[in-house]
Design a protein around this ligand. Structure first.
Ligand SMILES: NC(=O)c1ccc[n+]([C@@H]2O[C@H](COP(=O)([O-])OP(=O)(O)OC[C@H]3O[C@@H](n4cnc5c(N)ncnc54)[C@H](O)[C@@H]3O)[C@@H](O)[C@H]2O)c1
Length: 509
């Protein structure tokens, strides 16, 4: 499987099957579980003072064993080792940092299937997509390694006898806290920019699915000096302790808006730098002149059904012009059949499980809310009938039609496989509705008319817009949100430079 930068985190398209048509199903492969379940800091494994909690396979309900549950004392010990390591790491030649980072990229590529199987078993998303996640993480390590010489400043003319220049310094220990929907990719890729910039990192992987993070640390052990890259698993108390810690000047979160506000409040106490990649309730807009095949494929791909819609960027509000509404909906319902819930560690599974019972209950509650609000259930809306899936947290791809912009299913982030279709006739009113939610992460526009495309792209209040496409990220372009969807831009040089602060030096010769 190859990665091109323009497919960063893009799901497998609805038009292509994971396995050849008619081929026998590829049997599930058991993941190789990590030998270590403790905290990795200071270049070694440490038993947690906070004890252990079990982690689960959401597709089967089986326990995958105990995992460290870091408490504030564990966070203190980890931050202390990262703080010591910062002194020499920040002074390590950027080119030498880049060499180590490229070794991580190689390790990721060489172990892509093993890591992907762990994610599939622990977070419930299909293994063939999780392999892409691992390769995306490798691409980001290479990308940021290649940018280390861009961490540069300016010279400002001051006349004879004076040299004035600015340089960029790292901050120190960066606390990175990430969401559950791409466990390995977030744990790895979201460490790359701060490390490249000369910071040390304390990473907290998602509490629901920490296994791939342990395996990653087993694999990269010895590449960096001790204390440079640390990974500690734990729940909210661990995240709170990290975001409040006085020796962590920079905290970066991928998570919900509520957690973003909590991290921002904790950061305000110590005037920390923060970046936040938060939720979305994103719109996909179909104009009457759109290529309807492309638009319906985009509407399905943009939902990220393969990981059960559990993606911040999912275009979960489909605004279709009334004149093409029925045809687009018919095509969407046809294309959606590509996604059938299955055991995530099977190579040909196209759609996985919801990560946890709590998230499953939340999505099912929203499906009931949609029915109560008077929307029409066009497909799905229930757990699959397949007895092989009865012990897991699965939900069929779900489409509601007849949705109006005031309904809760059209305003609130569900983070599940639920698409709400809204019919429109007046462009101005439609764009007002698109912008009426508190989120502003992504948006997709389908039209053959450049004027429509530019008008809508200009007016949609989101940080990331696709025209005649939906779903992929493009390595090198900033990804992030407007409004409550976040602060900062990732996956780009902007992310790298955000982990540096500017210092001006005035030299009298
Ligand atoms: N914008 C993006 O790039 C992006 C990507 C993926 C997911 N998300 C968002 O993440 C959410 C789903 O993920 P989730 O359920 O894991 O989110 P969450 O906010 O519940 O948890 C995110 C992380 O924060 C930690 N955490 C929870 N409370 C905390 C606190 N008070 N202080 C510090 N840390 C705390 C969690 O343990 C976890 O590691 C959705 O809203 C989704 O849109 C955003």
């Amino acid at each position: 499987m190859s990665l091109s930068p323009d497919t960063l985190t893009a799901p497998t398209p609805a038009t292509s099957a994971a396995a050849a048509p008619g081929a026998p199903p590829v049997p599930a492969t058991a993941p190789r579980l990590p030998a270590h379940r403790d905290l990795y800091y200071g270049g070694a494994w440490h038993a947690p003072q906070g004890g252990y909690v079990d982690t689960f396979n959401p597709a089967t309900g089986e326990s995958l064993g105990p995992c460290a549950d870091a408490n504030p004392d564990d966070v203190n010990a980890t931050v202390a080792s990262a703080k010591v390591a910062f002194d020499s790491w920040s002074r390590t030649k950027p080119a030498d940092r880049a060499v180590m980072m490229r070794k991580v990229a190689t390790v990721l590529r060489d172990n892509a299937l093993d890591l992907a199987l762990l994610d599939a078993a622990n977070c419930g998303s299909p293994v063939h997509e999780m392999v892409r996640d691992v390769r995306n993480a490798a691409a980001q390590f290479d990308f940021f390694a290649g940018l280390v010489t861009e961490i540069k400043g300016d010279t400002i003319p001051m006349g004879d006898g004076v040299i004035n220049m600015s340089v960029r310094d790292p901050y120190g220990v960066v606390g990175r806290i990430v969401a559950y929907n791409h466990p390995l990719m977030f744990t790895a890729a979201k460490s790359a920019a701060p490390l490249a910039a000369g910071n040390t990192v304390v990473m907290k992987p998602p509490v629901q699915a920490p296994l791939s993070a342990y395996r990653l640390m087993e694999l990269v052990d010895g590449i960096f000096p001790p204390g440079v890259w640390n990974v500690i698993s734990g729940g909210t108390p661990c995240g709170v302790a990290l975001s409040e810690h006085p020796d962590v000047p920079f905290v970066s979160l991928i998570g919900s808006v509520a957690t973003g506000r909590a991290v921002a409040r904790a950061g305000a106490e110590r005037l920390k730098r923060i970046t936040l990649e938060l939720g979305g309730k994103n719109a996909c807009v179909v104009y009457p002149d759109a290529d309807l095949d492309r638009a319906s494929t985009g509407a399905v791909n943009g939902m990220n059904f393969t990981w059960s819609g559990q993606s911040c960027g999912s275009t979960s509000r489909l605004f279709v012009h009334a004149s093409v509404h029925d045809e687009v909906v018919a095509r969407v319902l046809e294309k959606i059949r590509h996604y059938r819930p299955g055991i995530p560690t099977d190579m040909d599974t196209t759609m996985g499980a919801i990560v946890s019972r709590a998230q499953h209950e939340k999505v099912m509650r929203y499906i009931e809310i949609g029915k109560d609000e008077g929307a029409t259930l066009a497909c799905g809306g229930k757990v699959p009938d397949d007895p092989a899936l009865s012990k897991g947290w699965f939900i069929e791809p779900t489409v509601f039609t007849g949705v109006t912009a005031d309904m809760r299913i059209a305003r609130e982030e569900i983070f599940g496989p639920v698409l709400s279709v809204i019919s429109w006739t007046d462009e101005d009113e439609m764009l007002t509705q698109v912008n009426a939610v508190e989120y502003g992460l992504t948006g997709a526009i389908f039209t053959r008319d450049l004027a429509n495309a530019h008008r809508a792209a200009g007016r949609i209040q989101s940080g990331f817009i696709w025209v005649n496409n939906a779903g992929p990220h493009f390595l090198g372009t900033g990804y992030g949100g407007y409004k409550q969807s976040g602060i900062g831009r990732d996956e780009s040089i902007e992310e790298l430079l955000s982990y540096t602060q500017s210092k001006n030096i005035n030299i009298t010769l």
